[in-house]
Design a protein around this ligand. Structure first.
Ligand code: HEM
Length: 520
């Protein structure tokens, strides 16, 4: 007995030692592999999971008046692969097979999908279904559930500064000033070294990043050093879409260690400079609000909240600038009309070295508002590329009568979701839905156009939507006003980064070469 006991203990110890040394070793080795080997390894693992999964059948769809979509679904992982591969294709194909309401599953997370805009309006008006943003916050930015309490006050500040015209005005003016300053400095430097007439080669997406990243960050957050965060922003942003998938934690540590480190560095950076000079009033109030709550708010939550806002302010707007430029520049009629409008309404303040930047309030929100064709073209672009996947969580048993007469029974904790792409491409709402019609939204209040929801809707609608549109307008107008450019003839529209569709505006899967130089 004694001997056997010792042997058992020894075996337990050996196995424990093996676990303790093997797993950290394996993870370390995994992280040292290059991207190709890691991709191959991931594929092998995915294949093993699928083979295992084949033997485990799921019972989805039983006892439900709303069908479970078997299209694109695999046992155990549900629609994970199809969801990552191309959300638009999956949801629109399911819509054709199962109607405007069906169920899908991504790993353990179940969604009751609503494709009808009218049904979604009923959902977002129902008090039993609420936006559960904190779920995303925990996963994506590493914040804790305690922040639920904080959220309500945060919304008050959104309304005061980002939705209210008087609150918004100084931020827009500052953004225009910062953008102009960036361009002026660049032009002056080129003049100094005698290369101002040379063409600068870039990609249109890279150019959009360049025009927006620094001016937007400085205008909103104040004088931090945006370039010190730029690489981490890019790394985190590139894989952002994986963070909204309900993967278990270890998946992120194994497969996205670089992104996790970038996120940690971003989170930590806000703690070093808690009161940046020249921050927008919105950001100052937000920081004050955070400090007032510092007795219970951890450093991780503080950092996570600020990274969340930082990403939200740039992650969709940079692709928004790209796609707006892309669609406007390749449409001769749109381009001509918008150029004329810009020349009429936006004063031509030259980019000269001797300008006094602090006096410049050259393009005001009121002047930008007069550019109605540009506004319409941007809305039309957002219709084509903005397809948010919005969710509401059910808090008490609810019944919804759908437009097609079916009754949807929703249980507590169930998640109902809507996909913007479904109505943005509905020909009954937007005739010729795949065509860029630059004046489609002319003199229409975008917020009231049925089915148009690139910024989400209801209480959780994007609070930065007005600022974002002023930013996009400014970038397009600055290029047309102050630069010459050469763009290759773009016959085919680049696809969007497919797994990113649904997060807001997915960037293109490849950049488009552009050459530009400053007008003299
Ligand atoms: C074209 C650019 C943008 C697009 C397409 C966009 C889209 C969205 C969407 C779809 C949501 C989620 C809405 C929902 O689930 O109902 C959202 C949330 C949010 N956006 Fe934007 N956004 C953009 C620009 C901005 C900018 C410039 C800012 C900041 C100035 C911003 C700040 C936020 C914040 C803070 C949230 C979270 C709101 C909450 O806590 O409920 N966004 N955005």
């Amino acid at each position: 007995m004694k001997i056997q006991g010792n042997w058992k203990t020894e075996r337990r110890l050996m196995s424990k030692t093996f676990e303790m040394s093997f797993f950290p070793y394996a993870i370390k080795k995994w992280n040292e592999l290059n991207d190709e080997l890691r991709a191959f390894g991931s594929l092998v693992m995915a294949a093993i999971i699928l083979v295992l999964a084949y033997f485990l059948r799921s019972n989805d769809g039983e006892d439900s008046s709303i069908p479970y979509a078997t299209y694109g679904s695999y046992p155990v992982i549900g629609h994970l692969l199809s969801f990552l591969r191309c959300r638009t294709k999956l949801l629109l194909e399911c819509g054709q097979q199962y109607g405007q309401c069906f169920r899908i599953k991504v790993l353990k997370q179940r969604f009751t999908m609503i494709l009808s805009y009218a049904d979604w309006m009923t959902i977002i008006r129902n008090q039993s279904l609420k936006f559960d943003g904190i779920d995303f916050g925990i996963k994506i930015f590493g914040i804790s559930p305690a922040l639920l309490k904080f959220d309500a006050d945060g919304h008050r500040l959104y309304v005061q500064h980002l939705k209210n015209r008087d609150g918004l005005r100084p931020m827009v003016v500052e953004f225009v000033r910062r953008t102009r300053k960036l361009m002026k400095n660049e032009k002056v430097a080129l003049e100094k070294n005698g290369t101002v007439l040379n063409w600068i080669s870039s990609g249109l997406l890279e150019f959009s990043h360049h025009m927006l990243y620094q001016p937007s960050t400085l205008a909103l957050i104040g004088e931090i050093d945006p370039s010190s965060l730029e690489n981490d922003f890019r790394v985190f942003d590139k894989s952002f879409h994986y963070f909204i998938i309900p993967f278990p934690r270890w998946v992120y540590s194994w497969f996205l260690p670089r992104e996790l480190k970038a996120r940690s560095r971003l989170n930590a950076s806000w703690l070093k400079n808690r009161d940046p000079p020249h921050a927008s009033e919105f950001h100052r109030d937000r920081l004050a609000h955070l400090s007032n709550n510092s007795h219970w708010l951890s450093n991780e939550d503080y950092g996570g909240l600020l990274t969340g806002f930082f990403w939200a302010s740039l992650g969709n707007t940079i692709p928004g600038v790209f796609w707006s430029l892309f669609y406007i520049l390749r449409d001769a009629k749109a381009l001509e009309t918008i150029k004329e409008e810009i020349n009429t309404h936006l004063p031509d303040v030259p980019l000269n070295a001797d300008d006094n930047d602090s006096l410049a309030e050259d393009w005001t929100p009121e002047q930008l508002d007069l550019c109605a064709y540009l506004e319409s073209a941007i809305n039309e672009t957002l219709r084509l590329v903005g397809a948010p996947f919005m969710t509401r969580k059910c808090f008490r048993e609810t019944q919804i009568v759908l437009q097609d007469g079916r009754t949807l029974n929703i249980k507590p904790d169930e998640t109902v979701a809507w996909f913007g792409g479904a109505s943005h491409f509905d020909p009954n709402m937007f005739p010729e839905p795949t065509t860029f019609v630059f004046d489609r939204f002319l003199n229409k209040k975008a917020e009231t156009v049925p089915g148009f929801m690139p910024f989400g809707g209801g209480k959780s609608i994007c609070p930065g939507r007005f600022f974002a549109k002023y930013e996009i307008k400014t970038c397009v107008a600055m290029l047309l006003r102050y630069m010459e450019y050469k763009l290759e003839v773009i016959e085919t529209i680049p696809t969007q980064v497919l797994p990113r569709i649904g997060v807001g505006i997915a960037p293109p899967s490849r950049d488009i070469p552009i050459m530009y130089r400053y007008k003299i």
